[in-house]
Write a protein that binds this ligand. Structure first.
Ligand SMILES: [Zn+2]
Length: 411
């Protein structure tokens, strides 16, 4: 076998293409492979019917997998055929996708590398690519993955917000949608408005998929509810238990802050440095911390009372039957009102207004714990990119790393 047919084999380009020339540049560690199309006809890319050759386009170059340490480039003039039905068309090239500057094998290899490196910069060095080339490969990979995902049924989703930039205005946030069973991020969109949520739902799920969603876990205070009701018409809204517990923790903290300020005026420092004592769950406290907490609980403080009401609410999640959970909530609510602790009463009233959606947990058992789990990974993605120039790059990075997408080109 001569060198040319050997290269043809290596490239896996099929009988129709011939290696016309191979140039080895020893000084620059580079191989240039020139391909020619040898046939008089080709299948039309639209209909597959055999059509006669028409002409060829300008020569183009594709980066292929390196041969040893030699950068390997493929040169060819894309042929055009003339289909009776579709006119003059560029034929499909077996080694690359339309518009790509890399061969399928190179792109598949680059995707595997990108999945394993900590940052784009590392991948750039290893693959000898610039930032834009890496970004284009990721974008095409995510696009492929999203197209392949389009027909799957997704029953339970989570909606949450995440800070994207520093600041408190809506644009500093991103909405994120997760597939709770599939444990993956479905999509992200900018802002935390109702419009942002609507855009997110439309991006993440096609109309048929939207119809098939059975439940959505989200926070009560999120502005998403209207968008969810309009688009996910068959879905139950389930208020997320972790957000509920966070509202309760915040209320306990408000009670502590006010009481601490009151006590300090009388030079009473009992509540100094106790913030985490009240917020951490009992199961996370060290034996010494537990002793400290027990001491404070014996002293009839308002903070202790608020803490007790918060801890008691955990029982709500142990009542797995809706009827029992409902009667538990009614008794707990009365206790909170009787406590006269205003921050706690405010939260209890908010729960009461949303009680039907809160009780949906006892039918679906879904929550947003998964989204919390993605926080760390997204943080790594953010650090690796050293800040995102724009939101779309941030989105691509999250989908590339947390989307569990099938991204490889078909080689
Ligand atoms: Zn055709």
């Amino acid at each position: 076998m001569d060198l040319f047919s050997h290269y043809g084999r290596l490239l896996g380009i099929g009988e129709e293409w011939k290696v016309a020339d191979v140039k080895l540049d020893m000084a620059n560690l580079r191989v240039d492979i020139y391909l020619d199309y040898g046939e008089k006809s080709a299948p039309c890319p639209e209909c597959g019917a055999l059509a006669p050759m028409h002409d060829t386009q300008e020569e183009r170059v594709w980066r292929h997998l390196d041969t040893m340490q030699f950068t390997t480039l493929i040169h060819a003039r894309p042929p055009r055929c003339k289909c009776g039905k579709h006119g003059v068309r560029v034929i499909d090239l077996p080694w690359a996708e339309k518009g790509a500057h890399f061969t399928l094998l190179f792109e598949a290899f680059a995707i595997e590398v990108l999945k394993r490196v900590r940052s784009n910069a590392d991948a750039m060095k290893m693959l000898r690519l610039d930032w834009h080339q890496v970004q284009r490969i990721k974008e095409r990979a995510v696009k492929r993955g999203l197209e392949r995902r389009a027909s799957e049924e997704i029953a339970f989703v989570g909606l949450d917000e995440k800070s994207f930039l520093s600041g408190r205005d809506s644009e500093a946030f991103a909405c994120i949608m997760t597939d709770l069973d599939g444990q993956r991020v479905l999509d992200v969109s900018r802002g935390r408005s109702e419009a942002g949520a609507a855009e997110l739902i439309d991006k993440a799920l096609n109309p048929v998929q939207q119809f098939m969603v059975c439940g959505v876990a989200m926070d009560m205070s999120a502005p998403f509810a209207k968008a969810v009701r309009e688009r996910l018409v068959c879905a139950d809204i389930v208020f997320d238990k972790f957000h509920l517990m966070k509202h309760l923790n915040d209320a306990v903290n408000d009670v502590r802050r006010a009481e601490h300020a009151r006590l300090l005026k009388a030079h009473d420092k009992r509540l100094s440095k106790t913030r985490y004592l009240w917020l951490k769950g009992l199961e996370h406290l060290s034996p010494e911390a537990r002793k400290w907490l027990d001491g404070l609980l014996a002293e009839n403080l308002a903070t202790g009372k608020a803490w007790g009401l918060k801890e008691a609410f955990k029982e709500f999640w142990r009542r797995l039957d809706v009827t029992f959970a409902r009667s538990f909530f009614a008794r707990w609510y009365d206790e909170v009102v009787a406590s006269r602790l205003r921050p706690m009463i405010r939260v209890a009233k908010m729960f009461m207004r949303h009680i039907e959606g809160i009780l949906k947990w006892h039918e679906t058992f879904i929550d947003n714990a998964l989204t919390e789990g993605f926080n760390a990974k997204i943080q790594t993605v953010k650090a690796g990119a050293r800040g995102f120039r724009n939101f779309e790059n941030y989105r691509i990075a999250i989908l590339f790393n947390c989307g569990k997408l099938d991204m490889l080109p078909v080689v």
